[in-house]
Structures are given as C-alpha cells and as structure tokens.
Design a protein around this ligand. Structure first.
Ligand SMILES: [Zn+2]
Length: 483
C-alpha cells in the first residue's frame, strides 16, 4: 500500500515516539509524558531524514511545529495538562490508551457522582506490554504470476481455466502473497489426486489466508459445475467453531462465487452457497416466526450491493424460487444462489455448505439432512473438500470432541476428503492438524509465509491486564468498563 507523504511521515513519527514511551511503560510508569523538546527533536530528525517526503507537494507540513499540530489534529498525539503554567507535555494515543487501561476504576451510577470517582475501586493491579514492529507477508505476485505458479503444479486444464477465470474477473491491480498461491496450488493438486490429504494454512490475522482457500475451492467448483451442470450434492463443507465468523466468510464467498455467473449461466447453472445453523429457518413459511427478533430481516446475510437488510420477497412461491429482497436498494439474492432455508438445502444441496461444528454433530444422524454431509441413501456425493477455520480454537475437550466427530465422519464417508485448515501461527501446526482430522502426518503439509517474504510496517501492541485482588472487584468488571 502506498501512503501519502503526510501519512508516511506520521507513521515514522509514531514509531519513534512510541519507541521512547515504551522504555518507560514497560516499568509500569504510565503517568510519564514526553516534553515538547523531546517531541520536536524527534519530528525534526524525521523531517531531515526524509527530505524527499517532506519536499513533496502533497505534504502539508514543513516544520516540526506544524508536524506536531498535524499529529494533534489526527488524534495520534494528546497534550497532557499538568499544573497551570507548566510547560506542555505529550503522549501518543498508545501511551494514553495504556494509562487509561491501567487506571480503570469501578464506578456505579448513584454512588460515584461528580468528583467522587476517585473513591471507586481500582480494577487493574498490573499490566504487561509487548510492542514490536508489525510484519505481514509481502504481496508481490501479479495475477499473471499467480496463474503461472499454479499452472506449474496443476495439470488439469479445466481447473486451470477456473483459476484463470477467477483471476481475470478480479482487480488487475491485485497482488498475491507467495503462501496464498502455494496453498492454492497444493489444494488444487490434492483435488485432482482424489486421495485424503491435509493442508494447513497458518498465518497471522489479516494476512489473507482465507483467499488461499476460496481461490482453489471456487476455481475447482466452477470447473465441476461446467462439466456437470445438473449434478447435485455438497462438494465443499466449511466448518466453523463460531457463528460470527461464519457470517463474514459466507458473504465473502458468496461475492466471489458471482465471478462465474456469466460463464456458468450459459450452461444454465451457478455456484450455490448454503448456510446451516441455528438461525436458518426450516422453510419460507417459518421465516416470520424464526426471524421475529430482527423484524423479518435475515440475521446472517446482508444485501451484497448496498449492505442493507434483506427480507423475504414473498412467501407465496415454491421453496426453490424464494428470494430475499433488499429493504434499501431493491436488489436481492435468490435461493438458487443462496439456500437460506433448510428445506431448500434438503431438496437441492448447495455446492458449498457453511455450518457449525454443533450443527454438523446434531445433523449427522438426521435421516432428512445427513445427505448434506454426504451420508445416507439420498447423498449423491461426498464433499471433496472440507474447510476448518480457526483451528487454533480446537484445543482441550472441545478439540477432542471435534477430532472425534471428524473421525466418525471420515469413516462413514470412506475417507476421500481433502482437509484444509486455517489458523493463526501455532507450534507444531502440521502435527496438530493431522491429529485433529485423523490423517497421517505424512499427507499433511503446513504452508505459512516464509520469513524472507515478510515486510515490516508500523507497530503492533499486546497488552495483558491483571485484575486487582485487593480491591475485591470481579475480574469481569475490567473488560466491561471499556465501552
Ligand atoms: Zn441493497
């Protein structure tokens, strides 16, 4: 990402100022502040070291005083008011934020009115702060590079055509990270082998690991749909530990799947997505009752065009023809592309099914729904790909239960699935993933950003607060007082 000259200088200033503050903050001294001389000296040095940026016509400050004012205007720097006539002192938003956390008090509406907040019990006894430069994987591969790298490993021309379509329909200015493309190639390769395999994509939050899953999944699905437009059954099962995350990914994948609409429309088909969890109504007739808390608005999907609320267009239609319409822009989604009732899914399973661990566990033995998981006489196929997101959450008893569920399912489906796990960076990732999904470690590979492919920008903070046992407040009061 290219920053404007202003923001590039502001980022450097924050890095340097925070570095000075952290030296004191790690000792627990939160009331300290930087003098005006210290701030100005730092800013002057940055202007001198980056004269090309400072001289850019887009830069709105040329002296350290104007630079300081810009930081104050942006809220990155706060002036600290001490005694009257005392010289001004400053804190960055980070140091001020940590001071506020460390000084939290428990207040009750009637008990602590006016200036009496001082008598409120303190909530935080101590904290630990870790400050370090933020690193993320470099994105330097063009769509053409990505295609070449995948074509070197995947032979199937139908899959490659899907990859090309997906890349061509995207922004040509998009850049990909090496690990995203390596993971995509391995997953596509695994799909053509049709043998059980595992791929763990481990990377930090916001590094783009989801793309490493939906690029190959959609490229492959579009190829499958094109060659067998009338085929039925769930091909990709996406399993989530938490419903909130499921909703975000559902919207993303629904949007990405639309890249294939024109091409697949010519053979009369489309890539469809379904969502099965607590908020999914049984049929359109049950929507009014099931979605009453949101006054009839769909609680798990919003308008793909404007983000507005979606509601059932009419309940006087057949299940498969039902449509959700936008309350704001009139646009909408139909059941062909998004199965939003259980009945619609049971009648015609979607290509990609998003569900939760809990729901899968419940429905595996349900004779009316188990075909969605590739089981029973109604199943026309077994899912070839299973995505497990946030696998670092599958630890302890919960992890053991999920591992048991996946073994049971693999056994019943006769082991044909390629498992893809996404996680934050974890120790011994491949071994952990292999034991979670019940595969031998020799067929599991972990793909994560290589240290040589990381770029550094800005800083990241980790702050741990310790509750105050002396004040006798409940620990839960501490996070709650944040908002
Ligand atoms: Zn809309």
């Amino acid at each position: 990402m290219t920053l404007t000259p202003d923001l590039a200088l502001v980022e450097k200033a924050l890095d340097n100022l925070e570095r000075q503050e952290v030296r004191v903050l790690v000792w627990g001294l939160v009331d300290s502040a930087l003098s005006e001389e210290e701030v100005d000296e730092t800013l002057r040095a940055i202007l001198n070291e980056n004269q090309n940026l400072a001289a850019d016509p887009g830069c709105t400050f040329d002296t350290e005083m104007r630079f300081r004012q810009r930081l104050l205007d942006l809220g990155y720097l706060t002036q600290v008011f001490g005694r009257p006539l005392a010289p001004p002192r400053y804190r960055t938003r980070m140091a001020e934020g940590i001071r506020l956390f460390a000084r939290l008090r428990q207040l009750f509406p009637r008990k602590h009115e006016g200036a009496d907040w001082v008598s409120g019990a303190t909530l935080v006894a101590d904290y630990r702060l870790l400050w370090r430069p933020r690193k993320y994987p470099a994105r330097d591969l063009t769509p053409a590079d990505a295609h070449t790298a995948i074509a070197a490993r995947v032979a199937d021309p139908r899959m490659l055509a899907g990859v090309k379509r997906w890349l061509d329909e995207g922004e040509q200015s998009w850049r990909f990270a090496r690990f995203q493309i390596d993971a995509s190639a391995r997953i596509l390769e695994g799909l053509s082998l049709r043998r059980p395999r595992g791929t763990l994509v481990a990377a930090g939050t916001g590094s783009g690991k989801t793309l490493a899953f939906y690029l190959p999944a959609l490229a492959w699905l579009s190829a499958e749909r094109k060659s067998q437009p009338r085929s039925r059954g769930v091909r990709v099962l996406a399993l989530y530990p938490r419903n909130e995350l499921l909703k975000d990914q559902l919207a993303e994948v629904y949007g990405q799947a639309r890249k294939f609409d024109d091409e697949l429309g010519r053979v009369g088909t489309t890539v469809s997505v379904g969502v099965l969890f607590g908020d999914t109504p049984f049929n359109v007739g049950k929507i009014a009752q099931q979605w009453r808390n949101t006054r009839g608005a769909c609680p798990f999907f919003r308008c793909p065009d404007c983000g507005g609320e979606l509601q059932l267009h009419s309940d006087q239609v057949a299940e498969g023809d039902a449509r959700l319409g936008c309350r704001s822009c009139g646009s909408g989604v139909d059941s062909r592309q998004l199965r939003f009732t259980r009945k619609a899914m049971m009648d015609d399973p979607p290509d990609i099914l998003f569900t939760s661990v809990e729901m899968m566990n419940q429905r595996l033995a349900d004779s009316t729904m188990r075909h969605l998981f590739g089981l029973g006489p109604l199943a026309e196929r077994t899912p070839s790909l299973m995505l497990l997101d946030e696998i670092h959450l599958y630890t302890g008893t919960f992890g053991a239960q999920v591992a048991y569920l996946l073994r049971r399912w693999s056994h019943l489906t006769r082991r044909q699935t390629h498992f893809v796990g996404l996680s934050a960076t974890i120790a011994e990732g491949a071994a952990f993933f292999a034991s979670l999904v019940g595969l031998d470690q020799s067929v599991v590979e972990e793909i994560s950003p290589n240290a040589d492919h990381m770029v550094s920008e800005g800083a990241e903070y980790m702050l741990a607060l310790r509750g105050d046992p002396v004040s006798q407040t409940a620990l839960l009061s501490t996070p709650r007082s944040r908002r």
